[in-house]
Design a protein. Structure first.
Length: 389
């Protein structure tokens, strides 16, 4: 029997097995689609908007009311409640009714007019990292702007024209340019890594399940016999339908993210397709490696799940790898998501040529070739292993 004929027969067999088990349909099509819609809808505005903030304004003058109106105009801040004292505002923040509050003590306006540098305070709940950081930024910005506004009015009252006053108040003007994601859109940054990470976990698990169920059900010998006892033919025939479906799933994700939502993409269609193919093959290769090393289905699935979840923390998109311990920096190279993230940043976001990210592609290729290291062991497992539930 020719190699192509044997592989084709196994492909047909695997397609029938996939159709017969709803689990394949759920993990290959339904779960990725639901995750994609959920996360993109969750962060549809890019950043959280109108987060509730309280105010304690003991001065209550035209100047302080103008400061609060300007603060309320910030997109992330919505002044929802005024409190009579700091104790009430703190209690509301502890109860989760507000994320922060702004405190203006009595006599602030008088001290401003007398050039006595009044002190205003703001308190943020940084146990909620994103909300606390964004609100802190806006409240701090508003405090600086209020200080500049008061200084400008004071200088103008002394006869200084606006141009000279601004040169005194802001001698250095900072011109900021956010590269690749100028909107500072969290959805662009997070979803382009979270969704591939979820897909990688699903590919890990479905690869382990497809092979592990052969061991569990005792059908491994029949599967291997269809490939003339050639393990590589058996693997190619079994994983080819999975690779095709997952590749189309990744392409559908890319179409939705870059075509429908118009996320920034500066690399073209060719590199995107290459990324999709390498992501699927690398994930399958690692899945085969796990089930060969741990030929018990439940243990291999647990190991894949753990490896996939840890990859979110160590890949570098949530915490920079360069700031990690040197041992963890080396360990990060053992996770396919790390190399996918480097390719995404280097090509899709920055538009760099292949020469900038070829090392990451080579790393994904090595993951895809991992099964060659365990072909002999996997063949022995199929022929001789006694499955322990």
């Amino acid at each position: 029997m020719s190699a192509l004929r044997a592989i084709w027969d196994i492909v047909v067999r695997e397609c029938r097995r996939m159709v017969a088990r709803p689990l394949y349909l759920c993990c290959m099509l339904v779960a990725p689609a639901v995750c994609c819609l959920f996360f993109t809808t969750l962060m549809g505005e890019g950043l959280p908007k109108d987060m509730p903030v309280g105010v304690v304004d003991e001065d209550n003058t035209a100047t302080t009311r103008e400061i609060l109106r300007n603060m309320d105009a910030f997109s992330q801040v919505r002044l929802t409640e005024r409190y009579a004292s700091v104790s009430e505002a703190r209690r509301a923040m502890q109860e989760g009714k507000i994320y922060a509050f702004y405190y203006i003590p009595e006599g602030t306006t008088d001290e401003v007019m007398a050039n006595r540098q009044p002190v205003v305070s703001f308190y943020t709940n940084n146990s909620l990292l994103i909300a606390g950081s964004l609100i802190y930024r806006d409240l701090r910005t508003m405090s600086v702007l209020a200080n500049a506004s008061v200084g400008l009015k004071t200088l103008q009252a002394k006869g200084v024209d606006e141009h000279r006053a601004m040169a005194f108040l802001q001698p250095v003007v900072v011109d900021t340019h956010a590269l690749s994601n100028p909107w500072l859109n969290y959805s662009v940054y997070l979803n382009n890594t979270i969704l591939p990470g979820i897909l990688m976990i699903l590919i890990f698990m479905m690869t382990v399940f497809a092979i592990g169920v052969e061991i569990k059900d005792g059908t491994g010998k029949a599967w291997l016999a269809m490939a003339d006892n050639s393990m590589w033919k058996a693997l190619v025939g079994k994983l080819l339908p999975h690779a095709a479906v997952f590749f189309l799933t990744v392409v559908a994700h890319y179409t939705y993210l870059y075509g429908v939502l118009h996320f920034p993409c500066h690399c073209g269609i060719g590199p995107l397709l290459l990324q999709a193919a390498m992501t699927v093959l690398a994930s399958q290769g690692l899945g085969v490696f796990f089930i060969a090393v741990i030929p018990t289905l439940r243990l291999a699935l647990s190991a894949c799940s753990l490896w996939g979840v840890v990859s979110f923390s160590i890949s570098g998109f949530s915490f920079p790898v360069m700031a990690m311990h040197p041992a963890l920096q080396m360990l990060s190279n053992l996770f396919p998501l790390r190399h996918y993230f480097l390719i995404y940043v280097g090509q899709t976001l920055d538009g760099n040529p292949l020469s900038y990210v070829w090392k990451s592609y080579m790393a994904l290729l090595l993951f895809a070739l991992l099964p060659w290291l365990v072909l002999g062991r996997l063949r022995k497992v199929m022929l001789n292993f006694d499955y322990i539930p």
